[in-house]
Design a protein around this ligand. Structure first.
Ligand code: UDX
Ligand code: UDX
Length: 430
């Protein structure tokens, strides 16, 4: 099928490359010329396992093209995905000006029937607004349909998530659009849920907010575990084996970050507010998430007393492993909190160092993780990278000024760590 994806960011690029990998002709459009020039050379501006290879392969087979020219994309496709960013405003609401701008441009270029699909996470009723905009600027009165097809990709495993989804959600209000969208996704063999557009839009916010709630829930349970000497990892295992609960998203830690959960949570709260409902449950989910970051600071203070002029080594900056993404990464706010207290900061991350250099100030960037421990008063783990699972603790202990490890991701066995002579604290563990 002929597909155009507008916005070659995390979501758009993965969507475009995967659809091309399935044998569709895909044109990815982005108004960032620098980005498109890089992509045309087969260079990927983000780190996502497998993406570089997939882009290269599909470009060579001429299934995937890149352009800054929206006209080119619209003219040569029947399905148009909108995957531009929808950044949060100060009040939590999603800023939809790019979605509107793109809808307008698409409308101006249409010469034959199109299905215009919103892939970006948008508040409910955006589909209606896109339809209104397209109607206004569609001077040639070309027929079109609007669809909502939310993405559920996780950074770090985005290609696998796209190719083997639990479900595909398609919100439509026409049979023609339903048939086209079903045909596009049929090869994946996944369950396809067809709903009205508004329900599809809500599914995305409701699903992400639910997952965020699961994390805050287990973090709240972790707080109780700490107080009574229970172990949250065991509690989570015992809960998660109940199929009604499910084992995933029950890892206690430093809290959730990333470009989606914090933003979608705020957006969903705001959508509720605008429609006259006070979604207090989600407000508490946000509060608990913030408190987890403060908790880390408390643990550090308990272990090494004052933070002023102490050196803290930070392992992990990305908001989770297998990505170089720092958007809303707990590490960034924790480092800023530590700096406010007067601590010196040394950092290491296997992938996110380049991006971090543009964000963090007055920080020592270490070439390897052991240098981060060198002469530090404590080591703090903030991302669950595989590389951190097999540390040489003897070496680390020798390098640290005091053998203190605060583990914001519960990566190690507390009893073993203490046996090796560390002052060790996880989150909700004994
Ligand atoms: C974005 C949204 O933030 C998210 O809510 C949604 O679910 C999917 O799209 P992401 O792909 O991570 O997520 O955004 P980003 O990496 O910022 O990419 C957006 C791309 O759109 C950028 O490359 C930007 O240059 C491009 N863009 C933006 C356009 O091509 N045209 C525009 O008018 C605006
Ligand atoms: C999320 C959704 O999972 C995905 O469906 C949606 O399309 C985009 O948002 P992503 O933000 O890439 O994906 O990462 P995810 O794996 O969901 O993790 C989000 C945050 O929660 C990370 O900071 C992660 O460390 C944290 N997390 C996750 C926990 O703290 N505990 C857990 O048990 C799981």
């Amino acid at each position: 099928m002929k597909v155009c994806v507008i916005g070659a960011g995390y979501v758009g690029l993965v969507t475009g490359a995967c659809l091309a990998g399935m044998g569709n002709k895909v044109i990815c459009v982005d108004n960032n010329k620098e980005k498109i020039d890089l992509l045309k050379k087969g260079k990927i501006p983000i780190y996502e396992p497998g993406l570089k290879e997939l882009v290269k392969k599909t470009m060579q087979k001429k299934f995937l093209y890149f352009t800054t020219d929206i006209k080119d994309g619209v003219t040569n496709s029947e399905i148009i995905f909108i995957a531009v960013n929808t950044p949060p405003r100060k009040n939590g609401e999603a800023d939809l000006c790019y979605v509107e701008a793109v809808s307008r441009e698409v409308a101006q270029q249409m010469k034959s029937y199109k299905v215009i699909v919103s892939k970006s996470t948008v508040p409910v009723e955006t589909g209606k607004k896109i339809a209104q905009t397209v109607k206004i600027y569609n001077k040639q009165k070309v027929s079109f349909d609007i669809a909502s097809n939310p993405e559920f990709l996780r950074e770090g495993s985005a290609i696998g998530d796209f190719m083997h989804p639990d479900r595909i959600v398609i919100g439509v209000n026409s049979k023609k659009a339903e048939t086209i969208m079903k045909k596009l996704y049929k090869p994946l063999g996944a369950p396809i849920i067809v709903t009205d557009i508004e329900s599809a839009e809500i599914i995305k916010h409701a699903a992400n907010s639910f997952l965020a709630m699961k994390i805050s829930y287990i973090n709240a349970v972790a707080n109780i575990c700490e107080r009574v000497g229970a172990d949250v990892t065991q509690v989570a295992r015992g809960m998660g084996l109940d199929r009604r609960i499910g084992a995933e998203f029950l890892s206690a830690g430093v809290g959730f970050g990333g470009s989606c959960f914090p933003k979608d949570l705020s957006a969903f709260i705001r959508i509720a507010e605008k429609n006259g409902y006070n979604f207090e449950l989600l407000k508490v989910v946000k509060k608990i998430n913030q408190e987890q970051k403060n908790l880390l600071l408390k643990k550090l203070t308990r272990a090494i007393w004052n933070l002023k002029d102490k050196t803290i080594g930070i392992l992990g900056l990305a908001f989770k492993s297998n990505t170089d993404d720092l958007r809303n990464a707990p590490a960034i706010s924790i480092i800023e909190m530590l700096q406010k207290e007067g601590a010196r900061i040394k950092v290491y991350d296997p992938q996110a160092m380049e991006k971090a250099k543009k964000i963090l100030k007055n920080v020592i960037f270490c070439k390897d993780l052991y240098l981060t421990a060198q002469d530090s008063d404590a080591l703090v783990i903030l991302t669950e990278w595989n590389e951190f699972k097999k540390l040489d603790f003897k070496k680390i202990k020798k390098k640290l000024k005091t053998p203190v490890i605060i583990d914001g991701r519960n990566m190690y066995n507390p009893a073993l760590m203490r046996k090796q002579g560390f002052t060790y604290e996880g989150i909700g563990t004994k």
